[in-house]
Design a protein around this ligand. Structure first.
Ligand SMILES: [Zn+2]
Length: 441
């Protein structure tokens, strides 16, 4: 008798606190019954019921409540037709927002009244001084690191463009169809969206255009924005459309996601074209603030805002181009080697022709102005965690801050005013920002 009384009281308190969390007044409902299963009424028109379910790791409980005005008599919950229901809203919800090329100190220089949404997330959450990203500080390598926690040599997406000697083929980020091919990205590492999906229990992931994370990995097919094929580049897809899509995935009635990744291509593009000190960067960040405002609004409308955790961060920062370059044509005969990446990629990988390895390396070593010269297997590359992968070539050149490496053709055509790719340990300007908000923060 005692036990039953306690259970009833506990059930009442729990059901009332759940009602309060949903913005309902508990006094206007009465508790009709409870069950230790997750339940839902069989029909949508179940006029008497307001069913509330609560699930923890260990147990689940459902409460049947009725508005006081409409119901007065007790109803036995076992007499009501029900079906078993898994409640996705009880899963942890996480939204990961990635704003490409967002340097750690950009927000500080802005008129704070023009970034009310960034301010909201900072003032009600946390902001780190910066993120220590990985070498090389380029998009594809760091996006995969953000998702896997691995260095480039371990996840295998070593740069934005890279050569794979087994495939005898080069990946170029600009070639859209390659972005959807698993062989470039499925290298043993497991992105968190795949881990979430593999955990089962109705956990699902959706990724909106995060570079390097569009192809299935480990056999996991995450939700992606397939119609990106309709555009010439993924940059053209409007911000609000991205937000609408990911919100729709979170509230999907059959297979909602509980982990989403949302990618914005700015302020990276403007950072390249106009340089990191340009006022145009500030304008792009005000646009991103508007997008965050729209995101907040949509989360509130759909009752997700109080439940979701949000991380807003980036892959790298931006360095001002100093108009200084290392011209390989003034150092080496082109017939002795070929490059895999250069110019905008900043870090340049060299494949010497057979028999020319020592000659190429020793000649480059004599011309160290504006760059560091590394050989695969060296202590320096091991310290940079940029060594143990077949996609890392025999010689790696790392330009000094604000320099580029190229040749007679590429340097003359180079127009960027901003760059990234440098070692974040040496060059703090390539470190990105980090904000987190939500009930778990
Ligand atoms: Zn970039």
């Amino acid at each position: 008798m005692y036990t039953i009384m306690i259970r009833v009281l506990w059930a009442k308190q729990l059901s009332y606190s759940l009602l309060r969390n949903r913005g309902q007044d508990p006094e206007s409902f009465q508790l009709l019954g409870q069950s230790n299963h997750l339940l839902a009424p069989r029909t949508e028109q179940s006029s008497f019921s307001f069913l509330l379910a609560h699930r923890t790791e260990q147990s689940s409980i459902s409460f049947l409540l009725a508005p006081r005005a409409e119901q007065s008599s007790k109803i036995n919950i076992d007499e009501i037709g029900y079906r078993t229901l898994t409640i996705p809203e009880t899963l942890p919800l996480l939204l990961f927002v990635d704003m490409d090329g967002f340097r750690h100190d950009y927000l500080e220089r802005l008129d704070q009244t023009k970034i009310p949404n960034f301010r909201f997330f900072i003032d009600n959450g946390v902001k780190a001084r910066c993120v220590r990203n990985i070498f090389p500080s380029v998009t594809f390598a760091n996006q995969m690191t953000l998702m896997t926690g691995l260095y480039a040599e371990s996840h295998g997406v070593v740069q934005n463009n890279f050569y794979d000697p087994v495939f005898n083929e080069t990946f170029y980020m600009e070639i859209l169809h390659q972005n959807f091919e698993s062989k470039w990205f499925d290298n043993g590492g497991e992105p968190i969206w795949a881990t979430n999906e593999k955990a089962g229990h109705r956990r699902h992931s959706g990724v909106i255009l995060l570079p390097g994370n569009l192809a299935p990995i480990k056999g996991v097919h995450q939700k992606i924005l397939l119609n990106s094929y309709l555009y010439n580049t993924t940059e053209e897809i409007p911000y609000n459309f991205r937000i609408d899509t990911i919100i729709n995935w979170f509230i999907d009635s059959s297979n909602p996601i509980n982990f989403g990744v949302l990618y914005f291509p700015e302020p990276d593009e403007s950072g390249h074209y106009f340089g990191p000190d340009s006022k145009i960067i500030d304008e792009k960040i005000y646009e991103l603030d508007n997008a965050l405002g729209y995101l907040r609004h949509k989360l509130e409308v759909h009752g997700l805002f109080k439940k979701i955790n949000i991380i807003i961060t980036s892959d790298h920062g931006m360095v001002k181009y100093q108009n200084k370059s290392v011209n390989l044509d003034t150092i080496l005969d082109r017939s002795f080697y070929r490059t895999v990446s250069e110019g905008r990629n900043v870090v340049t990988q060299i494949i010497p022709k057979p028999g020319k390895e020592d000659l190429v390396y020793k000649t480059l070593l004599k011309h160290q102005e504006g760059m560091y010269v590394y050989r695969k297997g060296s202590q320096e590359l091991r310290k940079l965690h940029f060594n143990d992968n077949r996609r890392i070539m025999p010689i790696v050149l790392e330009p000094k801050k604000g320099w580029i490496i190229g040749n007679n053709d590429t340097i003359a055509k180079f127009e960027d005013k901003g760059l990234h790719g440098y070692d974040p340990q040496k060059v703090s300007d390539v470190r990105p920002f980090f904000i987190a908000y939500g009930s778990s923060v």
